[in-house]
Write a protein that binds this ligand. Sequence first.
Ligand SMILES: [Fe+2]
Ligand SMILES: [Fe+2]
Length: 191
Amino acid sequence: MLFSSKSETHAVNLLKRDHRLVEDLFRQWEEAPNNGAAAKLVSQICQALVIHAEVEETVFYPRVLNALDKEDAELIREAAVEHGTLKGLISLLNGASPNEPMFCAQVSVLQEYVKHHVQEEEHELFPAAERTDLDLEALGVEMSALKRQLEARVADEEAPATSGRVNVVDVATPVGARPRGRPVAHGHRAA
Ligand SMILES: [Fe+2]
Ligand SMILES: [Fe+2]
């Protein structure tokens, strides 16, 4: 398509906008002094990532998985595995202080890993999703609603900033309690 007719809430636009926001926060972190400002930025980065991952895992990935052919469906499974690694890095950072010797290395590795994951999504997965007949406009509306709900939950549960440490509210729904479909990691195409 030469000219995009996608709206602001089109699923792919929504996800790309989150990607740009996180990239911008990482850039700010690179320039921030390694103190409470870094802890705050890293909290924002991790929080944005867990909300984004939850929206992808509970709405975007399962819907797209069912619409893709067998080969492209592997892209979703790989992305879901990568989310697991990203969450592992985020849990290492949650509660950490910028004074700790591993802090910068952990944030840098998270940044590199996010960059890799975002490239795969934007260059392979999203184009594959756009080749299906899924209504990505309607899906985007659903995803925005979930994102707003999760953001409200974070605002409610967020602990007051404590002594310059990273603070991330977990918004992940336990896999068994997810509202629809199978967990992506064990999913398969609809027959
Ligand atoms: Fe993403
Ligand atoms: Fe993702």
